[in-house]
Design a protein around this ligand. Structure first.
Ligand code: ATP
Ligand code: MG
Length: 692
């Protein structure tokens, strides 16, 4: 499809937003009104009509899934070379690329490590335990506080003056030490992926000039979920030319707990007085009934911008509300319905999505889906990357690219078993921390030191030496030739598989785990073969990357993906999608099941206690507006919590939906005998048509 044909398919307001390229542009509109469509069309418009090189364009969004979908949509518009060098990624991947291109300016060495939240927690635990034995709870609080500071662009030196009480003052001191240690480990954490580029671009005019030369136009989807640092990143890159388009919907802001600032929508107008604001009102996604439900629900929240959304799709089916005896019945019901509905509606598996508040809700459902042999894809949660064997393999990879990565070292020094006990590790850590030498070095480096003989028995020193020698050997082989082959060989040489067998309750489990590890390495290989994203601001610099650089960046990307809880395989095959409401943002499905519409779950108990029910309502709004043709809401009367069956009350949000559009099932007090009979007939008719 040419860009002209594509543009002609958009409504006049969307066209206006696409064509406006001389200044900053904000598209503010409700769900399903074609905001993302504006972004994808505009990318093609910039390239094909305005002659802008795709490598000068960066489009960012929030989740990997959304980025992938956007890439796909753009791919249909840009053919062949046209799209070459285009950046379509998450904010964090863009940040990672900036860091990789600016290592020197940032004072990092190549092969830096990316700490996931667990690694970061381990480091915090170390730092905090120096003072006293601290509880997990306190570590979590400090971690959250540090993350908030980073998202708000409060640097370690400034945190103390922001601290309002003793706890925050303590956190500020830990923050300072934490950042110092990360730097010493040549590591960055998740929040640094935005923070470091922002601080660099703010303070280093040359770096800023480099990136302004590189990126001429930015497009931001889901703008309502940007935090302060992310907003500044956009502002710094774009402030000179003010050529950007951001799209958002304040009613879909669901990341306040991660520092998102929906006020950024207002700030934008203040920072860029020339801002052109385009509002869209027609919804192209959902039936009238679904849209009415969404509008009615969200009307219970206060609004900065009034929006009216309408649809031409016709009313469609009523929204079904299915009350189940308990959670198992709920899962059973959803699975069996998908099975029959797929045939009745002549739908594909991929047309169905099941959304829920928390990942734990997927467990029972997975079992039921497996039982019916329904193919499904679980996004996020306990995905591939949270498996123990994958964490082990990742730790090996991290240690290979950065031997100073102590967390990685600790995870695998004794995996497989190398008879390195906790006592040895403690002495090694003390030695490395400088008690003997008066300086801090990494655990890996400490193993090479002669002085270690004085604190550890010879046998222990030898064991550690064997381990570091082994790793050094692999690193050498990686440098010399085929890095991936060297990694595969490493897995064989240490007989990781035998170790898995010793630790698994059944051989098939060990085999599956080993297969996962090979999948990971295959994935790494694939991502190296895929043209590496343009990491350097100067186009020419990208070509002199060596193979090890490629491995390093491929591993960094893998770690990033791990943090984003992304599943290993990029899988567009025909499967039912299981995902949290948070992860469903920006996506759409013909048939949506929303599970667990109960008080305590949606709205979540914590939100009720914290007085943030409005955000939960927006979350429900996001969930409802994913549906195109049918929407089914399910709930259970009882649910297991802390090993006990608890009674559950229906969610208050159900009362906020238009009663006339709901078709209740299984609620005794609301059961209308006539309806029941009619449904009975429906079921029989449905069965007949099923049978042909
Ligand atoms: P969300 O707020 O959920 O992210 P959105 O505003 O980004 O939604 P899109 O995903 O861009 O909305 O569009 C919703 C659906 O409407 C898509 O299937 C898209 O192809 C379709 N669509 C968008 N604009 C038009 C149009 N002008 N005519 C017909 N269909 C359209
Ligand atoms: Mg969208």
């Amino acid at each position: 499809m040419s860009i002209k044909q594509r543009l002609a398919k958009l409504n006049p307001r969307q066209q206006e937003a696409v064509r406006y390229i001389d200044g900053p542009c904000l598209v503010l509109a409700g769900a399903g009104s074609g905001k993302t469509s504006v972004i994808t069309t505009k990318i093609a418009y910039l390239v094909q009509e305005c002659g802008m090189s795709a490598r000068r364009i960066a489009a960012v969004t929030f989740t990997n899934k959304a980025a992938r979908e956007m890439k796909e949509r753009v791919g249909q518009l840009l053919k062949g070379k046209e799209g070459h060098g285009l950046t379509v990624s998450t904010f964090h991947t863009l940040g990672l690329n900036i860091i990789r291109g600016e290592l020197k300016a940032l004072g990092y060495k190549p092969g830096f490590s990316l700490f996931d939240p667990e690694d970061a927690k381990a480091l915090l635990r170390d730092l905090m335990n120096k003072d006293a034995q601290v509880e997990a709870d306190q570590i979590n609080r400090v971690q959250h506080q540090i993350s908030q500071w980073k998202n708000d662009l409060v640097l370690p030196g400034e945190a103390l003056s922001h601290a309002v009480d003793d706890d925050e003052q303590y956190a500020a001191r830990v923050y300072e030490a934490y950042v110092r240690h990360l730097k010493a480990y040549n590591a960055v954490d998740f929040d640094d992926l935005i923070l470091l580029p922002v601080v660099l671009l703010r303070d280093d005019p040359e770096a800023l000039a480099r990136w302004r030369r590189k990126i001429h136009y930015m497009l931001v989807d889901e703008y309502q979920d940007t935090n302060v640092s992310q907003y500044l990143l956009v502002k710094l890159l774009m402030s000179e030319r003010a050529t950007f388009t951001v799209v958002g919907d304040d009613d879909q802001s669901i990341y306040a707990w991660r520092g998102a600032r929906p006020e950024n929508l207002v700030t934008l107008g203040e920072d860029f007085p020339r801002l052109k604001v385009v509002k869209l009102e027609q919804n192209y996604r959902s039936t009238g009934t679904i849209l009415r439900a969404a509008n009615t629900l969200i009307a219970h929240n206060p609004h900065v911008y009034e929006k009216t959304l309408w649809s031409q799709m016709g009313d469609g089916e009523a929204i079904r509300v299915v009350v189940n005896r308990h959670e198992e019945a709920e899962a059973e019901r959803v699975a069996s319905e998908i099975l029959t509905r797929r045939i009745k509606a002549r739908a594909e598996w991929r047309d169905f999505a099941v959304l829920y508040r928390g990942n734990f809700q997927a467990r029972l459902l997975e079992l039921k889906l497996q039982h019916y042999q329904i193919p499904y894809k679980l996004s996020g949660g306990t995905s591939f990357f949270s498996r123990g064997e994958i964490k082990d393999a990742m730790a090996y990879l991290r240690l290979l690219i950065n031997p100073a990565d102590d967390n990685a070292f600790l995870r695998i020094v004794n995996v497989p078993r190398r008879e390195v006990g906790p006592g040895t590790l403690e002495k090694l850590a003390n030695y490395a921390n400088g008690q003997a030498t008066g300086r801090g070095i990494s655990l890996f480096a400490a193993c090479h030191e002669l002085g270690l003989e004085q604190v550890l028995p010879t046998r222990a020193v030898e064991r550690l030496g064997r381990f570091t020698h082994f790793i050094d050997g692999v690193r050498k082989r990686m440098d010399q030739g085929d890095a991936i082959a060297a990694i595969r060989e490493m897995m064989h040489d240490m007989d990781y598989e035998a170790w898995l067998h010793q630790n698994a309750s059944a051989p098939t489990i060990a085999e599956r785990r080993m297969a996962n590890v090979w999948t990971l390495i295959d994935q790494l290989e694939n991502s190296m073969q895929a043209a590496p994203e343009d990491a350097s601001p100067e186009d020419s610099a990208a070509s002199d990357e060596t193979e090890t650089d490629d491995v390093q960046s491929a591993i960094s990307r893998l770690v990033l993906r791990d943090i984003l809880e992304q599943q290993a395989e990029e899988d567009d095959s025909d499967r039912v999608q299981l995902l949290t409401m948070h992860a469903s943002k920006g996506l759409e499905f013909p048939h949506v099941y929303l599970m667990g519409l109960e008080e305590e779950l949606l709205p979540h108990r914590n939100a009720v206690e914290a007085g943030t029910v409005e955000e939960e309502r927006r979350l429900a709004y996001v969930g409802i507006t994913r549906a195109r043709q049918t929407l089914t809401l399910t709930l259970a009367r009882q649910r297991k919590a802390y090993g006990e069956l608890m009674d559950c009350a229906p969610s208050r949000f159900l009362d906020e939906l238009p009663e006339a559009d709901l078709d209740w099932e299984g609620r005794a007090d609301k059961e209308d005998p006539e309806k029941k009979q009619a449904r009975g007939k429906d079921a029989i008719a449905g069965l007949r048509s099923l049978l042909g």
